[in-house]
Design a protein around this ligand. Structure first.
Ligand code: NAD
Length: 523
């Protein structure tokens, strides 16, 4: 029996959100399938780790070459299953992954290399310390539908290059894109069991969380993230949680209205507003409020809504009707409480059941759901503020903290305010694009999550840090071992004086006493 979301009981139905056409039906992986996939991954991981970074880099290069060669097919597959315009699939999905591969190819050897750790403590100078980064083993990845290629692929590449095997549970709405990623990786030389996709719904995801994976990287809603964190806590499974956002955009009184309004319109409507980094709340200095709204309305009205396969389309469909209903509820709540709809505000049934007009709302307040809950749809709610102080307060008045943006002609002022905003990323004079900077860590604070993906810090999440301590005097008993007594206490006090006393005299006297530490009788 199929539900309104296209999920059948033991089948996953992939649907084109623009047309409602069924693309494919797939078997839903059950608990035993997940456990078997994890066991196969564990069996294959050792050899993959032993292959060494350089050999894995060669495979990653081949993946990058194949992805580049097949960029148009992959972009079209993304558009068919997730709805976004092909142009967006190329820029925010294919390009992001090609560049993530570039980052790893160029940097992974240096970043994963053992690191010497010099000791400052005189007592441990005879030891040589080293930081070693080891793969976790099997990394489970659970991903959402809104960036069905770039999210799982960037996380997967980092996990694989570090020597882990990966079991990916993609969103039930975008299984085919995940299977396309699997084909590319296998064709590039990643062994079959080192990267596996388990197609399924929330129950399949839950089975992966409860399986014997060594680390979990989850991207999705706050509600699911909290459930996963609770399940992971039972066995202290390390997790990265990339969760929802309610990103604020501040337009300061010296901002260029044309630039800021273009950014707001793109930041709010890109991917039909279904981006974790979408501009979900816009605050404009009162002196620019009317001008800014006028520019946003004009630009919004020029946007062409339609199927993502049409090259003229700016805004595609939403993923499914349930998501669209959330948008309608938020807009209705805002209007009931006094907000004004200046553009859009309705469905476009002639295009299909998942199309919603890009919508600009004015006079919103923080009492409205549209300013507090993640809307995840094509809505730009705009509110006026009177001072920088108030703008920062409004930006921080949220349970979320994924990203934020500030528009100003004065970068120094922008940076000063950026430091005061509670978010994983703050952009000055741009929106959303931080996700495409392969070097930049991606992740949030507060309810937006724990941990980071992308760049050096995303790679670090895929490794366990081991401290290796090698004593260079194997034949010597350590002075802190047994052999306590009055003498030892005095000698140790002497040593502490030698190291930390302020006066030179006390330090010299301390040194004389401490000499006894080396010669004393020990067990
Ligand atoms: P979701 O939480 O409904 O689902 C995400 C994934 O979790 C899916 O694969 C789903 O099948 C799986 N899942 C559901 N229940 C589960 C359970 N109990 N145990 C294990 N897995 C389970 O989210 P969604 O609707 O797919 O995605 C939209 C959300 O993702 C938004 O909130 C958005 O902000 C967030 N998101 C965050 C980022 C980020 O980087 N911070 C990026 C993209 C999307």
């Amino acid at each position: 029996m199929a539900t309104d979301l296209g999920i059948a009981v033991a089948k996953i139905v992939s649907v084109n959100p623009a047309t409602g056409t069924v693309l494919r039906e797939l078997e839903c992986a059950g608990k035993n399938d997940v456990l078997a996939a994890v066991a196969r991954a564990r069996g294959a991981q050792g050899m993959w780790a032993e292959l060494g970074v350089r050999r894995r880099i060669a495979i990653l290069r081949e993946f990058q070459r194949r992805l580049h060669e097949n960029k148009s097919e992959i972009a079209e597959a993304i558009t068919h299953e997730a709805g976004k315009p092909v142009a967006e699939a190329l820029t925010t999905e294919v390009l992001v992954v090609l560049d993530a591969a570039r980052f790893l190819i160029d940097n992974v050897y240096r970043l994963l290399r053992d690191e010497p750790l010099p000791h400052g403590n005189l007592a441990t100078r005879f030891k040589s310390g080293r930081l070693v980064r080891e793969p976790y083993g099997v990394v489970g990845i659970i991903s959402p539908w809104n960036y069905p290629f770039s999210i799982p692929a960037t996380e997967t590449l980092a996990a694989l290059i570090a020597g882990n095997a990966v079991v990916l549970k993609p969103s039930e709405f975008t299984s085919l894109v995940a299977l396309a990623l699997q084909s590319l990786l296998h064709a590039a030389g990643v062994p079959q069991h080192v990267f596996q996709v388990v197609v399924g719904d929330g129950a399949t995801g839950a089975a992966l969380v409860h399986s014997k994976i060594d680390k979990l990287v989850f991207t999705g809603s706050v509600a699911t993230g909290k459930r996963i964190a609770a399940a992971a806590a039972e066995r202290l499974l390390p997790v990265v949680l990339e969760l929802g956002g309610k990103d604020p955009m501040l337009v300061l009184d010296d901002a260029d209205v044309d630039v800021a309004s273009s950014a707001a319109v793109w930041g709010a409507f890109l991917n039909a507003g279904q981006a974790c980094l979408s501009v979900e709340r816009c605050y404009v200095h009162r002196s620019l409020y009317a001008l800014f709204l006028k520019a946003c309305i004009e630009k919004t009205q020029q946007l062409r809504v339609g199927p993502g396969t049409d090259s003229e389309t700016d805004v595609g469909p939403m993923i499914h009707e349930r998501q669209l209903r959330i948008v309608e509820e938020h807009v209705k709540d805002a209007v009931t409480r006094g907000a004004r709809i200046l553009a859009g505000g309705m469905r476009l049934p002639d295009l299909g059941k998942n199309f919603y007009m890009p919508t600009v709302l004015a006079d919103v307040t923080h009492e409205m759901r549209i300013m507090r809950e993640e809307t995840f749809g094509p809505v730009l709610p705009v509110m006026a503020f009177d001072s920088d102080e108030e703008a920062v307060w409004l930006a921080n008045d949220s349970e979320y903290g994924l990203a934020a943006s500030i528009f100003t002609r004065d970068n120094t002022r922008g940076e000063r305010l950026a430091r005061r905003i509670m978010a994983g990323t703050v952009m000055v004079n741009d929106v959303v694009s931080c996700f495409g900077i392969s070097e930049a860590p991606h992740g949030g604070v507060k309810s937006s999550g724990i941990g980071r993906t992308h760049g050096r810090f995303g790679l670090e999440e895929m490794t366990r840090l081991k401290y290796l301590d090698i004593d260079r005097m194997p034949g010597m008993k350590k002075v802190w071992w047994y052999g306590y007594g009055m003498n030892f206490t005095r000698q140790m006090e002497g040593f502490l004086n030698f190291r930390f006393a302020r006066s030179l005299g006390a330090r010299l006297r301390g040194a004389l006493r401490a000499v006894g530490l080396v010669n004393r009788k020990q067990l």
